[in-house]
Design a protein around this ligand. Structure first.
Ligand SMILES: Nc1nc2c(ncn2[C@@H]2O[C@H](COP(=O)(O)OP(=O)(O)OP(=O)(O)O)[C@@H](O)[C@H]2O)c(=O)[nH]1
Ligand SMILES: [Mg+2]
Length: 351
């Protein structure tokens, strides 16, 4: 614990090696990681966390590089986490990212880290959240998380980021089919990158039309039914987003990430989105929803661990036998196992 506290101190003091070490601990899912993050946690919550997502090859890394350079011009420090869920299969892509981000190398106001975990995509999402906490605690003004838009990962990013940039690229002409369903819903800012492409204007027009048609998008940041959110914040977590949410209209920006054209305007937008969040209760609403979602997920994890630690392997094995023999259903077995625990019975009485 003393080690964790001193590592946390080093991180908050701006020691880059300590920060790198902490993120490695996070990636390895080491026990010291949690202790260090816990010590760091009171120092967090200051960074503007920006998610950059979109289909492969749309220019997310190149654009992230430019956004970071623009923030540096504005005297803001920037931490970057590049997440590649497929990295175990394409180590080369990460190397490519590192090379493209070379403009930023050597600048103490920048910290870049590619995340790779051997675990599941879910595990990667948590490791990324912890890396964001680490960068936030290290005092970076801006924390950018780049992920390939791959289904659930987009939603996880939306939970993590204050501002979500969805990057699209032209080249599909005006074909709306090419725009992945669902991804528009998590965008706070849409970017058509590769503005040098003759189809870029058309793509931007199509996106603007889609946004107009969509009206107020359902907020996908909501938690699922049967979650902690249902109990704690039934009004906030379900149903249409609040008035404030709908008062932000998603802009479509055009950028050329090779030259940096359009990037200052994009960064202005990001700043305006942060102002929007801070104006009303929107930031507070999002913070609470993030807190509830994280609490809910960890609660499930902790409960399962406690249950497994307190249940006889033999007993569980018997239950599996009975399920296979069709004497009891899996849900009955689960209920029975919980009921057999002291605290399981208590919780039922209180429910
Ligand atoms: N013409 C043009 N090419 C661009 C632009 N931005 C990026 N590219 C190129 O598009 C390719 C992909 O760029 P990346 O930045 O790696 O895209 P990415 O979205 O990070 O890719 P993944 O991380 O693999 O999903 C590279 O060859 C870039 O040089 C742009 O604005 N215009
Ligand atoms: Mg990339």
């Amino acid at each position: 614990v003393a080690d964790a506290a001193s590592l946390a101190d080093d991180v908050t003091a701006g020691n880059r090696r300590a920060l790198a070490r902490l993120i490695s601990l996070v990636e390895d899912d080491a026990p010291e990681a949690d202790e260090t993050l816990a010590a760091l946690y009171p120092h967090t919550g200051k960074a503007h966390v920006i998610g950059v997502t979109g289909a492969p090859g749309t220019g997310k890394s190149t654009l992230t590089n430019q956004i970071a350079l623009e923030y540096r011009r504005r005297d803001q420090t920037v931490g970057i986490v590049a997440v590649d869920p497929t990295s175990p299969f394409s180590g080369g892509a990460l190397l490519g990212d590192r090379i493209r981000m070379r403009d930023l190398a050597g600048d103490p106001g920048i910290f870049i880290r590619s995340m790779a975990t051997r675990g599941s995509l879910g595990g990667l999402a948590w490791a990324t959240a912890d890396a964001v906490t680490a960068l936030d605690g290290a005092g970076f003004d801006i924390v950018i998380v780049e992920t390939v838009g791959a289904g659930q990962a987009e939603v996880e990013i939306a939970r993590l980021a204050h501002t979500v940039i969805v990057v699209e690229a032209p080249g599909f002409g005006d074909d709306v089919q090419a725009i992945k369903a669902g991804i528009l819903e998590i965008a706070d800012v849409l970017v058509v990158n590769k503005a040098d492409d003759p189809h870029a204007e058309g793509t931007a027009r199509t996106l603007r039309a889609m946004l107009d048609l969509g009206g107020s998008m359902p907020d996908r940041r909501v938690a699922h039914h049967g979650s902690l959110a249902d109990r704690i914040e039934p009004d906030r977590s379900q149903g249409p987003a609040g008035e404030l949410e709908s008062s932000w209209s998603v802009p479509v920006e055009m950028t050329n990430a090779l030259t940096g054209e359009g990037v200052p305007e994009l960064v202005d937008r990001l700043a305006r989105h942060l102002e929007f969040l801070q104006r009303g209760e929107e930031r507070e609403r999002r913070e609470r929803m993030r807190a509830v979602a994280a609490f809910d997920a960890w609660l499930r994890e902790a409960l399962l661990r406690a249950l497994l630690a307190n249940s006889e392997t033999e007993r569980m094995s018997q239950m599996v036998d009975r399920i296979v023999a069709r004497e009891i259903m899996p849900q009955q077995a689960a209920r029975m196992l919980v009921d057999e625990l002291e605290w399981g019975r208590d919780s039922r009485r209180n429910a």
